[in-house]
Design a protein around this ligand. Structure first.
Ligand code: PMP
Length: 428
């Protein structure tokens, strides 16, 4: 029964169909341009009969579309000539001011001059990598971490060195040890990349005291921190601690995004940088996009100026909280006692650890047959680690579908555990 859906049914990322004569002309760095495991899974997970606990797509059902339509309509009617024109490479000045108001919610006092608007925070990751990373340079990254950041670091030929986290986020002592052991090999550490709030993929939150300790370590060791914070305002139970950038404006590059608090399709994010870095980032950004879209920047700017955006974030939090609760309750109910998982206070994700003999990548086809999708843990490590883990997202399906999906997945895992311990395949 399980065999009816083999891993080979998944789109194969290795067979790109590029003829050899063309591949021979590629630059060396093109070798690092490979689709992530998540991408290969998406085509399958998006079939309507499958409960997708795989993707991290924001849930737009709480966003009033008529209101968005009127924002866009008014923008074009009153300021179309500017909205549909090229703009500044650094980003629209009014939006940069408003971004500073948004960041103030997390304790950041910033000057709009130091904000650079990007095409999602993903572009900021690309720009920072382009500016800092030479092939072979070390980037310190939480273990596990965001697959899109790992992909970018890989394309710039960085060596990712993972630093352990626990249910309180990155472990400061593990960071000290990683720095010492990398330096002992003579390699250069370019920055520490971390997601302090409701981390992707684990959902964990870094408490204030660890933030201070990590800032101290990095300042002493002269290592930049890249603080990626797309989920900070999506705390369900209490507000998250102040951003790390609020405590240190010299040594932290901060990345923000409207993808989760307004709409990902607008593709507007930003980076707040120490003043000395601004020019390099703007020049790098101009080389790739000339300027961020005036149309989507001004859409966001009008929305922030005229609509109750704080209440809208509260609505998103309510929507995600119900789904988080449905997932945690059904994990309790349907997953085997040998599984453990994180209990996120916000964001989109739960990280599940299974018994070490389970290989979650091998198990994907079996889950697909049972009509549920998840992302195997190895996607979130640069080194093949995490075979026994999986990321489950609760952001998109309804609570009922989440329960259905977790129940089906629990069944698959229990079968897998039974099969491993008995040595027999259970045929249903
Ligand atoms: N950082 C993290 C941690 C993310 O989870 C994501 C998207 N899932 C991004 C950055 C990129 O987001 P965007 O480009 O939409 O701002």
């Amino acid at each position: 029964m399980w065999e009816t859906f083999a891993m080979s049914n998944l789109p194969d990322r290795l067979h790109t169909g590029v003829p050899q004569y063309l591949e021979e002309r590629f630059a060396a760095r093109a070798a690092g341009m490979q689709a992530s495991e998540i991408r290969s899974l998406f085509a399958v997970a998006s079939r309507p009969e499958i409960v997708s606990l795989a993707g991290g797509m924001p849930n737009l059902s709480a966003l009033p579309m008529e209101m968005m339509a009127s924002v866009v309509h008014n923008l074009i009617a009153t300021n179309g000539a500017e909205a549909l024109q090229y703009g500044s490479g650094q980003g629209h000045p009014k939006l940069r001011e408003q971004i500073c108001e948004v960041m103030a919610l997390e304790g950041i006092q910033a000057n709009p001059d130091d904000v650079i608007v990007t095409t999602g925070s993903q572009q900021a990751l690309d720009l920072i990598s382009r500016i800092f990373i030479d092939p072979g340079d070390v980037v310190l990254v939480e273990a596990p971490s965001y697959v899109g950041a790992l992909g970018t670091f890989h394309q710039y030929e960085a060596q990712v060195v993972h630093v352990a986290l626990d249910d309180q986020g990155l472990i400061p002592e593990a960071l000290r040890q990683a720095i010492t052991s990398v330096r002992a090999t003579g390699r250069k550490i370019k920055f520490l990349y971390l997601i302090p709030n409701y981390q992707n993929p684990t959902g964990v939150l870094l408490p204030a005291d660890r933030r201070t300790e990590i800032l101290d370590i990095c300042r002493t060791e002269q290592i930049f921190i890249v603080e990626d914070n797309p989920y900070g305002l999506l705390g369900f139970d209490r507000p998250s601690p102040n951003a790390m950038r609020a405590e240190d404006s010299e040594n932290v590059i901060y990345l923000g995004s409207f993808s989760k608090t307004i709409a990902a399709g607008l593709r507007v994010g930003w980076t707040l940088v120490p003043p000395s870095l601004k020019e390099k980032l703007v020049i790098a950004s101009e080389a790739s996009i000339l300027c961020p879209s005036n149309f989507t920047q001004l859409t966001i700017s009008s929305y922030l100026a005229d609509q109750p955006w704080r209440d809208q974030i509260t609505s998103f939090c309510e929507l995600y909280k119900v789904r988080r609760d449905a997932m945690l309750e059904s994990l309790e109910q349907y997953f085997p006692a040998s599984a453990t998982w994180t209990k996120p206070g916000g964001g989109f994700y739960v990280w599940v650890n299974l018994p070490p003999e389970i290989d979650t990548k091998v198990m994907v086809p079996k889950a697909i047959v049972a009509k549920v999708a998840y992302v195997p843990g190895t996607a979130f490590y640069a080194d093949g680690f995490g075979t026994w883990a999986m990321r489950l997202s609760y952001c998109h399906p309804t609570p009922e579908r989440i329960r259905e999906g977790v129940k089906a997945l629990g069944g698959v895992i229990k079968q897998e555990i039974a099969r491993r311990s008995s040595g027999f395949e259970i045929i249903e």
